[in-house]
Design a protein around this ligand. Structure first.
Ligand SMILES: *[C@@H]1O[C@H](CO)[C@@H](O)[C@H](O)[C@H]1NC(C)=O
Length: 300
C-alpha cells in the first residue's frame, strides 16, 4: 500500500475564464479552477486565459498543500488549503471572529457586499435544503468536513486579483465564505492556514451547468487493490481524488478485505495492535518508538 503521491508535488492549479469558483462565483464572472499534474500539461489546455498558482506544502511534516491567493482591494495574501473534496472556498474573517484558528496572516476584513439570503447563489449553495439565514441581508453557511472540522460564516463578494499567463491582470468578483467560527475535532492539529480553496464539483456548479457536468468529483478512474505486492482480488473500484483529506478511506467491503490481509501480513512481525490508542479504529505499535517513517515502511 504505497501511496503514489509524488505527483502532488508538481500539482498546479489553472483558472480559466469559462468556469467559476466552485459554487461560489458571482453570476457576472465565470471562472474555472482546474488541478493539473504538471506545468507541461498546461500546453494542452493552457491558453492566455489560464492562471497558474504554485502549490506549496508536503505530506510530512506539514501534511497539507496550499496556494497563495490575493483577495480584496488593496489585495492581501492568504494561504488556502486546496481541497478537491469540498465545494466552498472560505477564509477566516473578522466579522468579528467568534472562534478563529492560529493562521499565518491577519484575519480577512469582509467587504460590505454580503450575499443576501434570497439570492440565487445562496439558494443553490444550500440545495436541496432552503437557506436558513440569521437575517435576510446575509447568507449563512455551515460546512462540516469528514475529519469533523467545521467552518461557519456568511457568503461575501470580493475582488480576487489574478494574473493571466499572458501577463494581463484580471480581478473577478468572487463569492466565498467569510468564516468567523472554525472548530476542529478535539485533539486534532488544524493546518496552519488562512482558509480553504474548495475545488469540488458539487452543488452549485451542477445546478448551474446541468448539461456540461455529469461528474461531481475528481475521479481517478478505477483501481485494483494490492496488499504486500499481491492482488486482493478486488478491482474496478472507483476512486476519488481528495487533496484535502489526510486519510485514504475505503468503503466497508474493501476495508474489511484489506484489513484482514494486512493482519495476516503483520503476523510474526514486531507490530502489535495498540488497543489503548483510540485515534483510529485500528492502531499498531512497534516494540520500540519509531525514529522515522522509513522505520515504519520497513515493517510493511
Ligand atoms: C490575455 O488573456 C486574456 C484572457 O484570455 C485576454 O482577455 C487579454 O486580452 C490577453 N492580453 C493580451 C495582452 O493578449
Amino acid at each position: 500500500m504505497h501511496a503514489r503521491i509524488n505527483f502532488l508535488l508538481h500539482l498546479l492549479l489553472a483558472l480559466y475564464s469559462a468556469f467559476r469558483f466552485q459554487g461560489c462565483a458571482s453570476d457576472a464572472y465565470h471562472h474555472t479552477i482546474t488541478a493539473m499534474k504538471s506545468p507541461s500539461s498546461s500546453t494542452t489546455v493552457g491558453s492566455s486565459a489560464s492562471v497558474f498558482l504554485q502549490v506549496t506544502g508536503n505530506v510530512y511534516p506539514q501534511g497539507h498543500y496550499y496556494v497563495t491567493m490575493y483577495i480584496g482591494n488593496p489585495p492581501k495574501p492568504y494561504f488556502l488549503d486546496i481541497d478537491t473534496g469540498s465545494d466552498l472556498t472560505w477564509v477566516q474573517c473578522e466579522a468579528p471572529c467568534q472562534n478563529c484558528l492560529p493562521a499565518p496572516h491577519p484575519l480577512y476584513k469582509p467587504s460590505k457586499d454580503l450575499v443576501k439570503c434570497n439570492e440565487q447563489i445562496c439558494v443553490d449553495f444550500h440545495r436541496p435544503n432552503q437557506p436558513v439565514c440569521a437575517s435576510p441581508d446575509q447568507c449563512d453557511y455551515d460546512i462540516r468536513y469528514a475529519d469533523l472540522g467545521t467552518s461557519s460564516g456568511v457568503l461575501v463578494r470580493e475582488w480576487f486579483p489574478l494574473r493571466y499567463t499572458n501577463g494581463t491582470m484580471t480581478a473577478p468578483r468572487v463569492v466565498f465564505g467569510c468564516g468567523y467560527d472554525q472548530q476542529v475535532r478535539k485533539g486534532a492539529t488544524p493546518p496552519y492556514l488562512d482558509g480553504v480553496l474548495g475545488l469540488g464539483l458539487g452543488k452549485v456548479a451542477r445546478h448551474l451547468e446541468p448539461t456540461s457536468r455529469t461528474c461531481d468529483h475528481y475521479s481517478l478512474g478505477t483501481a485494483e487493490v494490492f496488499v504486500g505486492g499481491k492482488t486482493s482480488g478486488m478491482k474496478d473500484l472507483p476512486v476519488l481524488f481528495d487533496s484535502g483529506s489526510t486519510y485514504t478511506y475505503f468503503s466497508e467491503k474493501p476495508y474489511k478485505v484489506i484489513l484482514s490481509l494486512l493482519m495476516n501480513d503483520l503476523k510474526g512481525t514486531q507490530l502489535n495492535k495498540a488497543d489503548e490508542d483510540k485515534s483510529l479504529p485500528i492502531c499498531w505499535k512497534g516494540s520500540k518508538p519509531f525514529k522515522s517513517i522509513q522505520d515504519v515502511r520497513n515493517l510493511f
